[in-house]
Ligand binder design. Sequence first.
Ligand code: NAD
Length: 454
Amino acid sequence: MEQIVNKQREFFNTNATKDIYFRKKQLRKLKKLLKENEELLNKAIYKDFKKSSFCNYTSELSILYGDIDEALKNVKKWSKHKKVRTNLLNIPAKSYIIPEPLGVSLVIGAWNYPYQLSFAPAIAAITAGNTVVLKPSELPINTSNLIAKLINENFNPEFFKVVEGGVQETKELLDQNFDKVFFTGSGYVGKIVYQAAAKHLTPVTLELGGKSPAFFTEKCDLKIGVKRMIWAKFLNAGQTCVAPDYILVHKAIKEDFLKAVKDEIKNSHFAFENDNYVQIINESNMHRLIAMLDANKVYLGGNYDIKERYFEPTILTDVSFNDKIMQDEIFGPILPVIEYDDIDEIIKNVKSRQKPLALYVFTKESKIKRKILNEISFGGGAINDAIMHLTNTNLGFGGVGASGMGNYHGENGFRAFSHYKSILDKSTLIEPNLKHHPRTDKKLRLIKMILGQK
Ligand code: NAD
């Protein structure tokens, strides 16, 4: 590990990655590599958890192609020196900010979107001019092997290298002195990563998870809202960091809401063979989900097959904040429904818990929408939709508090891997004697006047 990092640092210090043309060339090469190997990428992810080619394209590859295209279009603009106004004390001078790459970066991926969560941060790192060591999640072993094979056979390891492995290898990597660590995963491991990075004072971006609520208020478009929410919840069998984790539904519409949910699940025909459902990633996650299930509260679904790693879309009703299902992020196809009557009370309850990664409000009531947006802190979200906010790269994506720090996608990704170096570029035409010896009262009065602090 040490050698990989040392070699990358040597390469970084040649300044090769500072060249915009070099960055563009690497991005084009990555896109070509992914495009040419789409079939292999599809096969590997299907083998891992039966993710279909349709879903692999729409929720992984298309996002990466989009990120690369946007980076190619904007990298020159994002890398430009940014002029800022010079203050009176320094005139005549120019003031500007130089975006510079941080250096050798480490990207640690999560398993649920194994291509997207490995390559999207890597694309941001390359665009900003960094070298990259990528550690994909070891759980989807076929995708991890393929990512390693494709990158390590086609890229100079001094620039872009994939290291495979689990806890031990990640720990060894984290012992190295990186210039940036970008981590996607659980809050538990996020803390380990943050502590390891602190030893080297390495800046981190932590893309974590949490329990993301979805409100359905008394006046909302139930039909469209439920359709969008059910799609978002059961995409990837609920194994999505921004999936609605639980529902807060107004008492007056609860029965209609549950009926609409039942109809929508029936109409969606969630099944492996319909290309719209995936396996739970492994048996230990099956057992984790089974342990969360309260048979007395199952409104719909609740069946599973451990050997097949199949878990039916499941709705729980009459749930309270004290229930087991409400203690940890679900990260699977179980959706608890909590009824509320008083919006202030329910907001108070949400606020008493850790800040969620996402929050959704299905409503036609602008007053309630404004109230929720104003009063609850969360990473990001959507009104009358769920998950789709991620597809707009003009909106940075990231958490707050326990759901993470920093954000990425689009220019935000470039920023995550850059340092903005501030420069005062001074003329030598004049040097007023104000700050120099002798220090007089008259000079002090003048300084105060210039500073506007008389
Ligand atoms: P995880 O934290 O178990 O693993 C993430 C990565 O950390 C893996 O590469 C793994 O090898 C490594 N790792 C695991 N244990 C480690 C340890 N003890 N020391 C060092 N490294 C270790 O997370 P996961 O199960 O892959 O993903 C699920 C979590 O990730 C959920 O909480 C989910 O919400 C979150 N997530 C967040 C985002 C986001 O963009 N914010 C995206 C996907 C998933």
